[in-house]
Design a protein around this ligand. Structure first.
Ligand code: ADP
Ligand code: ADP
Ligand code: ZN
Length: 215
């Protein structure tokens, strides 16, 4: 299964990707996670990316295209992968096409999660993630058993720096200007599968599985 999860910030890409990883045993490739790791480790790439991320803008295409190209060559992608947060621009989508065709691979589907802007803001301001294992939570919609503590590894939950209301607004604008055109892009390739992302987490998962089985 070779998939792209498309959708605005807070649509549920990471949440759904984690469930699909379990189900299909294929890796999640999250450019956001990879970039945050690079920022944390203060690598050259992380130093380049940090200011863009803090402002809620996009990291330059050549940076993310390079990390995804390399990642897709890894043997764990042989039986499939879930791209989460990539591509985010038309040039990134073009570059992905080239990388995949060089590897003799084709995408199976692009699942696009549809969520209202108001709901997105509530999801992002309430989003938390585990500082230890990275597991995602929401203070209202997907809370841990014990406040502020990860169910899986008991580490403390943290809030992302860019999940502040001012930055969120900028990320939404960037999404509409630069990423939303990818819906038409993949519709033309006959790969687009729209899913109602407003339902609860389990119901969205069911819909995704159903749309994938319909292929
Ligand atoms: P993305 O990766 O698209 O930015 P996330 O998967 O991180 O989105 O989800 C954003 C926040 O919304 C998280 O706190 C997550 O727990 C919560 N969330 C995800 N899916 C749903 C849903 N269907 N209903 C309510 N909250 C959700
Ligand atoms: P979200 O879960 O809110 O959709 P991500 O974790 O995917 O956010 O991305 C966080 C930030 O990392 C983005 O705001 C952007 O600065 C950067 N980023 C992630 N993926 C890409 C990409 N494909 N192209 C450019 N920048 C990216
Ligand atoms: Zn944890």
């Amino acid at each position: 299964m070779k998939l792209i999860l498309l959708g605005p910030p807070g649509a549920g890409k990471g949440t759904q990707a984690a469930m699909l990883v379990e189900r299909f045993g294929i890796p999640q490739i999250s450019t956001g996670d990879m970039l945050r790791t690079a920022v944390r480790d203060q690598t050259d790439m992380g130093k380049k990316a940090k200011a863009f991320m803090d402002a809620g803008g996009l990291v330059p295409d050549e940076v993310v295209v390079g990390i995804v190209r390399e990642r897709l060559q890894n043997a764990d992608c042989d039986s499939g992968f879930i791209l989460d947060g990539f591509p985010r621009t038309v040039p990134q989508a073009d570059a992905l096409k080239q990388s995949l065709s060089a590897l003799g691979k084709d995408l199976d589907a692009v699942v696009s999660l549809q969520v209202d802007t108001e709901a997105l803001v509530e999801r992002l301001t309430g989003r938390r993630s585990c500082g230890g294992c990275g597991k995602g939570y929401h203070i209202k919609f997907d809370p841990p058993v014990q406040d502020g503590i990860c169910d899986s590894c008991s580490a403390v939950l943290i809030q992302r720096d860019d999940d502040q209301e001012a930055t969120i607004r900028n990320r939404m604008d960037v999404y509409h200007e630069q990423t939303a055109p990818l819906e038409d892009y993949y519709r033309q390739d006959n790969l687009l599968r729209s899913v109602d992302g407003m339902a609860d987490i389990a119901a969205v998962q069911d819909q995704i599985l159903r749309t994938l089985q319909a292929d």
